[in-house]
Design a protein around this ligand. Structure first.
Ligand SMILES: Nc1ncnc2c1ncn2[C@@H]1O[C@H](COP(=O)(O)OP(=O)(O)O)[C@@H](O)[C@H]1O
Ligand SMILES: [Mg+2]
Length: 342
């Protein structure tokens, strides 16, 4: 549905130097999928998403949406094209002087050719979709972050777009609210078949709803694949850092007041990932019994990668060199994926 080819974008810095922000980006997004793009701050994510609706004009390359290269269309065609693309942002970008209803109605009013009844019907169905019917007459300032983002989503869907772009839409929200917004996006994707391109620096967001993911670093795509494969078998060292080490480091920092991992000769910190039926196997007790290592579970999580059961355990194992070696043999024999973090 969307083919990005050899896309380049640079900015001229204050010192009049050219700084390349997107370098030869090639990506293909299929119709109806939720496609994630993950990368650190400053990697070029927002610039990439702005190129997708030509808020930024690429230096070179093509962006083909449904067969049309949007970098080569007329202004009028571009306007029509943009109606096919809804966008939601981290900061919500609502108009504070307008009610929830009027914020959602705005894109329809701007079109200029809808009757009041048509707008009313559309806005009411969107309010219902995002669960804000009772808030129609409220103003954004009286809403929570999650509710504001729901208004943002409803407004982005007003023109019935084929594509929804999300730039860190959940980054300002707490984990619970993030979940409910991700559920809503998943629901919208399923119900209407809208293609979603979602940009984030959080692997959790990718894991929960993305079918495929691309990793962007310093303006280049360094890895792209099915979410499960990329999370379990990151090919690039930077990907591994981004999705495994950073998560772990952040977690260990969080618990550092009552637990400190110290690397010695007789221990390792490992992250074991379980997928599908493996999620329910007694891996740890088998390893401990067979190899004699002892372990402490530092963090455990059962969830899903999209629809597949998925578990992750962060475990400190302790034992002699021989026991540790045996432990890794047993882990290997289970054919599951693990990463030795330290
Ligand atoms: N309009 C602009 N002018 C100059 N530099 C910019 C502009 N927009 C972004 N940049 C630079 O491009 C790089 C990538 O920015 P951005 O796409 O916002 O990254 P991300 O969204 O991944 O954090 C940054 O170094 C940023 O400073
Ligand atoms: Mg950004």
């Amino acid at each position: 549905m969307i083919q990005i080819q050899e896309l380049n974008k640079s900015f001229i810095t204050k010192k009049n130097k050219k700084s390349s922000v997107l370098k030869n980006i090639n990506l293909e997004v299929n119709a109806g999928e939720i496609f994630g793009i993950i990368g650190k701050s400053g990697a070029g994510k927002s610039t990439l998403i702005k190129c997708l609706n030509l808020l930024e004009q690429p230096d070179s390359g093509s962006i083909v949406i449904d067969g049309v290269d949007i970098t080569r269309v007329t202004k009028r065609e571009l306007r029509l094209m943009r109606q096919q693309i809804g966008v939601i942002f981290q900061g919500f970008n609502l108009l504070n002087s307008k009610t929830v209803y009027d914020n959602i109605a705005l894109p329809l009013v701007l079109q200029g050719h809808y009757s009041r009844d048509e707008i009313n019907a559309r806005v009411n169905s969107l309010l219902e979709l995002v669960g804000l019917t009772a808030f129609a007459k409220k103003y954004p300032r009286s809403l929570s972050g999650g509710q504001k983002q729901r208004v943002g989503i409803a407004r982005a869907l007003a023109n019935n777009p084929k594509i929804l772009l999300s730039d860190e839409a959940t980054s300002a929200l707490d984990p619970q609210t993030t979940n409910s917004i991700l559920e809503l996006l998943l629901d919208i994707n399923r119900q209407f078949g809208i293609t979603v391109i979602l940009i984030t620096h959080e692997i959790e967001v990718i894991r929960k709803i993305c079918d495929r993911v691309a990793v962007i670093d310093n303006g280049s795509i360094i890895e792209c694949g099915n979410t499960v494969n990329v999370i379990l078998h990151p090919q690039h060292e930077l990907t591994r850092k981004l999705i495994i080490e950073e998560e772990t480091t952040r977690y260990l920092e969080g618990v550092s007041s009552f637990y400190k991992f110290e690397k010695n000769n007789d221990n390792h910190l490992i992250l074991i990932s379980f997928l599908g039926v493996q999620t329910f196997e007694p891996v740890l007790s088998t390893i401990s019994r067979d190899s004699g290592v002892i372990f402490s579970v530092l963090r455990g999580e059962l969830g899903r990668v999209k629809h597949t059961p998925f578990g992750q355990l962060l475990v400190e194992i302790k034992g002699s060199q021989a026991q540790l070696a045996h432990c890794f043999e047993t882990l290997n024999s289970f054919n599951l994926h693990y990463e030795v973090i330290y």
